[in-house]
Design a protein. Sequence first.
Length: 289
Amino acid sequence: MLDLGSSGIIERVSLGVALKQPIVYMGQTEVDERVANCFSVERQILKRLGHHPRIVRFLGLQGDGILLAEASHGNLQAYLDSHPSTGLGQRLTWCLQVAEAIDYIHSRGVVHSDLRPANLLVHETRPGALDLQLCDFGGSVCQDLGLDGFSLPDGPFYSPVFENESSTLLDIFGMGSLFYTILTGRWPYKTSPGRFAKVDDRLDWEERIVYPNFKAGRFPDVEQLPGGNVILKCWMRQFATARDALAALEEALPGTSSSSIHDGLDNSTKTMGAPDLSDDSRNIQDTAA
């Protein structure tokens, strides 16, 4: 098994090919209606998006499942957790690639609605080049096709100001949190890398720390981060489109290419550390470990 989510299980079926199948919950004999809808949405959206370097490759259907190209290095969350010394050049490239992915799906009338590091794949597209591919479109929205996966992002990739509405602005907000996570190695408002071991701990942290701060417009300090002003504008909903955010990021990171950089994939001397939040007046001090 490669991965297990709330709606599906992913297994390798052959070299470089993964099968994502709907999960059947304990005590049930057939796929839940919500799960079935997610798979229906994902199939149709993957077909609409077609082949693109920033989107997971859709290979077809097998039974109720979806065949996808397997990523060589798993998902971005797991990669960041296990490779904390990833070089700054690679991190900046990934930020540009995230923006490219969101800009592309929006141009195709798709709102992802569940942006987080676990929904980005790390794949070696050529020797030494690690590139990102956006995946997991089961919770996405496409008004043109009448599709709604009825999903919202987790914690720091979502803000209560959006209430329960999926929109391009929600994706752009989440994009800012993705940039922050890629550059610092941890989620906004979290003082250590990695995910929470228990769901209840994460939910408590979201309700007690993340949502009140985002709702009040108190954001993590990004002044020392490359492209920090772009992150802040994403959070403050100052970009009308993902294309605007991408253009601003390209301007803020001159000389950075969206093609993976070969130097410093694991070069600790080039790693971007997290800013010190201890004196950040925009953050409450009760942060999660």
